[in-house]
Unconditional design. Structure first.
Length: 100
């Protein structure tokens, strides 16, 4: 059994990765090479960033908070914006909607 997130191998009888809090799988998906250009979509612009990061990590969704640290230099008019791959946009929106 393997963790699909950290790719750690587990002995028989284990069903969940304690580090990633993900269900184990019998076969790991093939690792993809480094991605080229990826189109990002804005999903979120304000709120509890740590809580959102935790939910996205558990769901295995890659994300980027645009402007998260920029407030240290100068205030941004739009605040931090959550960016995810375009093909994960609907899943991320549903996850955030359900965690309200």
């Amino acid at each position: 059994m393997y963790c699909p997130s950290c790719r750690a191998e587990f002995r028989e009888g284990f069903f969940r990765c304690e580090d990633c809090d993900r269900n184990l799988v019998e076969v790991l998906p093939e690792e993809k090479g480094k991605p080229g250009y990826v189109q990002l979509a804005t999903v979120f612009t304000e709120g509890e960033i740590a809580f959102i990061k935790s939910n996205l990590d558990q769901a295995g969704i890659d994300y980027y908070f645009h402007g998260e640290q920029a407030h240290r230099l100068a205030p941004l008019p739009f605040g931090a914006r959550l960016m995810v791959r375009e093909d994960f946009k609907e899943e991320a929106e549903a996850l955030l909607k359900n965690s309200d």
